[in-house]
Design a protein around this ligand. Structure first.
Ligand code: NDP
Length: 290
């Protein structure tokens, strides 16, 4: 296709996501702060490693950085092509999306908040879910580029709505993580075989993505592979709590979960996967979930 595409931020997600773009688009620019990663990507996937200022001359510009603050700081330094659409796949802050959307509109650039779910395996297999906020016409224009990297691509509302959906999703996952840690710690304390219990629960109403994937693939086998860093989950639960505060809602489970995830993050080693939050319970209770 003639549309030129750029991808900024080749981290655990971005590196794998950008790898699919050359299958559909002739011009795919990539940029990363540590530029060696961009060069490596170009060699591996036939993308073009370019300076940041050149990357933002593409028609559709993707970004996937840790936080909205990182995206804001980067955008302030740039002259983006007039008429471009910026699709931000960072799990970010809704208020920041609204601000960037207004700022960029003055330069005739559209901003979509388009966070993704599906983890690194979803990025690798192009099966991500995109939850997108912003102008519907910009969503329609960018749809084909997102489709190359995802399976379910949804316009969920105005600017900020995508980031809100992502924060609430990750908060719910964090609630499930804490619930599973507490539930399985209780079972182990009562001498129950955890693997057999897991099979029963995964065929029952207490199951979740955590019991179906996180416990068997990361916790019980003690592998805790780093694919989604615990500080990033703590960031997401913080965004969800801010949304609750802004709307003056009462949501005690979410408030407590936020404290638990922050505490687990404070206790964790650097570069820990989100699943290591369970180790906090193991420490408190002197019970290992294996
Ligand atoms: P990583 O830490 O693996 O990658 C972060 C990327 O951002 C790297 O390319 C890094 O560059 C770059 N970066 C960091 N800070 C800056 C900065 N100040 N300026 C420019 N570039 C910067 O993160 P992930 O890929 O795991 O996550 C990215 C986003 O996607 C986060 O918002 C996360 O919450 C979300 N997400 C992550 C998922 C996962 O499973 N990992 C799943 C779904 C969403 P450098 O290489 O130079 O350090």
């Amino acid at each position: 296709m003639n549309t030129s595409v750029a991808f900024i931020g080749l981290g655990a997600m971005g590196y794998r996501m950008a790898a699919h773009l050359p299958k559909q688009f002739d011009t795919v620019y990539v940029w990363n702060r540590n530029f060696d990663k961009a060069k490596q990507h170009a060699t591996e996937y036939k993308t073009q490693a370019v300076e940041l200022q050149q990357a933002v001359q593409a028609d559709i510009i993707f970004s996937c950085l840790p936080t909205s603050q990182d995206v804001e700081d980067l955008i302030q330094t740039l002259e983006i092509k007039s008429g471009a659409i910026w699709v931000d796949c960072t799990s970010g802050v809704p208020e920041s999306a609204r601000k960037l959307s207004q700022q960029l509109a003055e330069k005739n650039v559209k901003f979509l908040d388009a966070p993704v779910s599906g983890q690194t395996i979803g990025a690798e297999n192009a099966t991500l879910t995109f939850m997108v906020g912003g102008e519907k016409s910009a969503f329609d224009q960018a749809f084909a580029t997102m489709q190359v990297m995802g399976k379910l691509i949804k316009h969920v509302g105005d600017s900020g709505a995508g980031f809100a959906v992502k924060a609430v999703n990750n908060m719910m996952m964090a609630v499930h993580l804490c619930a599973a840690a507490e539930g399985f710690t209780t079972l182990k304390a009562h001498g129950v075989n955890l693997n057999e219990a897991l099979d029963c629960i995964n065929a029952s109403s207490g199951k979740s993505g955590v019991t179906e994937a996180v416990l068997p693939q990361r916790v019980f086998n003690r592998s805790f592979p780093l694919t989604f860093a615990l500080p990033l989950l703590a960031k997401d639960t913080g965004i969800a709590v801010d949304l609750i505060r802004e709307a003056k809602l009462s949501a005690p489970v979410i408030g407590l979960t936020q404290s638990l995830i922050q505490t687990a993050n404070n206790l964790a080693e650097p570069n820990s996967d989100f699943s290591t939050a369970i180790k906090m319970y193991e420490l408190w209770n002197k019970i290992t979930l294996d």
